[in-house]
Ligand binder design. Sequence first.
Ligand SMILES: Cc1cc2nc3c(=O)[nH]c(=O)nc-3n(C[C@H](O)[C@H](O)[C@H](O)COP(=O)(O)OP(=O)(O)OC[C@H]3O[C@@H](n4cnc5c(N)ncnc54)[C@H](O)[C@@H]3O)c2cc1C
Length: 280
Amino acid sequence: MKPADFEYHAPDDLDALLALLAEHGEEGKILAGGQSLVPVMNFRLARPPHLIDLNGVAELDFLRAEEDVVRIGALTRHAAFHRPVVAGPTGKLLSEVVPYIAHYPIRTRGTFAGSIAHADPASEWCVIVRLLEAEIVARSRRQERRLNAAEYFQGTFATALAPEEVITEVRLPLLDASWRTGFYEFSRRAGDFAIAMTAVALRTVGGKITEARIAIGGVEDRPMRMASAEALLMQGAAPAEAARAVAAAVKPMEDIHADAAYRRDLVIATTQRALERALA
Ligand SMILES: Cc1cc2nc3c(=O)[nH]c(=O)nc-3n(C[C@H](O)[C@H](O)[C@H](O)COP(=O)(O)OP(=O)(O)OC[C@H]3O[C@@H](n4cnc5c(N)ncnc54)[C@H](O)[C@@H]3O)c2cc1C
């Protein structure tokens, strides 16, 4: 199918983009890589009267590692992460996760920030943003806001972003060398969205886990941290026990791919394997 008619705007700097967003409000939609928005428009599930294309805004095309943060500008494509963008556990984790996102041609167009804006519950980057306690920088003509991942995700395709706001960058705090990370996801075929996935980061000192983070995706309507299982790991629990604690804590969605009981079983496996990868 073809999309409903729309007016196309191609601002070439950030001020012009913010002015267009302010002018069109709910009637305007940002176009980044188009890998989620265009299919939705073709199926006429979205009919934005105004399409505001980010791709000419050169100020948003950056990817910078600073002392303790990676700054991912709105035009950074998924494919930029195939090689570690920074030394240490964070760059390694991002490069391990990116091949799970769709297929290579899609990864050369789709953007990191677009995934965060779209907020699919099965988005790998949304889980990573939650795991790494990232900051989402949202700009409108009136203000800049910095949102933490916990407050930002509000449900399936629902976020704290206002219609006149654009995500200009996502800031990932860097994990230092005392952290180890692991990721595991289950999908029906390579390139499909995950039915369940787990990302973990463990700080180990002298072989003991002193800090633990577990984030899951594809299971509930948004990426979730699993506090009870994290606490168990810090008390010395084995991966299998922590994985069972995750399954006990989640309230899984049901859809055509999996019912709640199956997702609960899957998240035991994804969590245990992600933890084993981190500890290997
Ligand atoms: C066959 C297929 C398989 C896929 N599999 C996966 C998968 O396994 N995992 C996964 O995570 N994704 C998957 N995707 C989606 C893909 O990763 C998209 O690239 C991503 O979801 C959106 O990024 P985009 O840049 O293409 O955004 P667009 O499609 O351009 O936009 C998506 C939404 O975000 C908004 N938006 C975009 N950028 C911004 C911004 N900077 N500020 C505010 N709002 C913004 C748009 O207005 C729109 O509402 C798949 C897509 C396809 C077609």
